[in-house]
Each structure stands twice: as C-alpha cells, then as structure tokens.
Design a protein around this ligand. Sequence first.
Ligand code: ZN
Length: 107
Amino acid sequence: MVGTMSVRQQQAELEELQAALRVAYDLAFDQEPPAGEQAEVLVDALRRALVAAQALSDGPGETGCREHPRGAVDPLHGDKQDPLPPGWGRCLLCNDRRRRAAGRRRR
Ligand SMILES: [Zn+2]
C-alpha cells in the first residue's frame, strides 16, 4: 500500500488536520499573543497540521510513518531471524529513537 490512501485514512488525516488547525486558530486569535508554553503548543499544532496536510497531498510514504513519511525503512523490518519488537513500524528514524530509549532504560 505505497502511495495510496484509503478513504478511512484520508478521513483520519483530515480530522487530524482540522483538530490541529482549530488549536492553532484558538491560540493565534486569543486575546493575548501566545508566549512560552502556549507558543510551543502552537508550533506543535501547526507541525501536526502540516504533516496531516502533507499526507493528504502525497499519501503515506514508504515508511508509513506520519512523522517521517519520506524517511528510510528499517532494514530489520520483516526480518525473521531478528524480528522487531511488536508495535514497531517500518520507519528507521522512529525505530532508532525507540532503540535509544530502550538503551537508556537498561542503563
Ligand atoms: Zn518515523
């Protein structure tokens, strides 16, 4: 399912886009200009809106990852000798982050 998007997925992206934009709109049109934590929430909301809008325009990439749709695919994905932990996706960037987090926890 590369480059194509189901109607349900499209709907989910659209809802994500709308929810994120609503948050951004509320913050941007508030009485007070967003500052500090509020400004961070605004940046995060706009980032989510951008990712969702991008997914609507090009569909999910090879990785199927919302954050890194054009990132590399983890070469261990689908490896039967050395399978990835359950719940891990195909995105190498996200899996590396999980590996680092797991490593920190062990130490
Ligand atoms: Zn990712």
